[in-house]
Design a protein around this ligand. Structure first.
Ligand SMILES: [Zn+2]
Length: 204
């Protein structure tokens, strides 16, 4: 099981859980679809507690791609009411996991009706980079650094160990269109698999 950031220790210094990278996030009710919350002021809702989501009335949802898709399926079946969600959905992608698929993004957008942003987190729960609100790459968090080795993006948080992301891309240092300063990670689109190529060829 993933170690929650609130319980993590680096040396003797305890590490605070990161805040969600969203303006005014501390004033919003946010639910993480997981057994344990890994963000400050975010309440965890494992599947057995999803029936409590309606009373909690979350405005923001956080979770791994698979867990959010699981919730979306429950919402579609009418088992869970998430109509209170009115700000954003944050998809957590752990280093080494597959990045959010376009088809999953569409499902989440159609189900929850709010913008979907991806957050890259380390295996210890550190927030490493967050998708730009103008969708112009991923802004690198202040406590993280990225570099490229053997064509792959690698990351390190708080001077900790290096994490392989499994992602291809480059580092962009030009000012972002959204106005946020600092470097960004720009992902290269995943190569299309043969099945998708065949579908495209059939519709050409
Ligand atoms: Zn930006």
């Amino acid at each position: 099981m993933r170690v929650p950031v609130t319980l993590m220790r680096l040396g003797r210094q305890s590490v605070r859980a990161p805040k969600l990278p969203f303006p005014g996030a501390v004033k919003l009710r946010a639910a993480q679809i997981a057994p344990i919350s890994s963000f400050d002021r975010v309440t965890a809702f494992p599947p057995e507690q999803w029936h409590d989501l309606q009373a909690f009335r979350p405005q923001v949802l956080v979770g791994l791609q698979a867990d959010l898709l699981h919730l979306a399926a429950a919402v579609k079946l009418g088992g869970v009411d998430t109509s209170s969600v009115d700000h954003a959905v944050f998809v957590l992608t752990e280093c080494g996991d597959q990045a959010l698929l376009d088809v999953s993004r569409v499902v989440l957008w159609q189900t929850f009706g709010v913008p979907v942003y991806e957050l890259l987190v380390g295996k210890q729960g550190d927030l490493l980079a967050s998708e730009c609100q103008a969708h112009q790459g991923w802004h690198i968090e202040a406590n993280a650094e990225f570099f490229i080795r053997n064509g792959e993006l690698r990351a390190r948080a708080c001077g900790g160990h290096i994490e392989t992301t499994g992602l291809a891309g480059y580092i962009e240092t030009a000012t972002c269109a959204c106005g946020r300063a600092g470097a960004r990670v720009m992902l290269e689109p995943a190569p299309l698999d043969s099945e998708t190529w065949n579908e495209l060829a059939a519709t050409a």
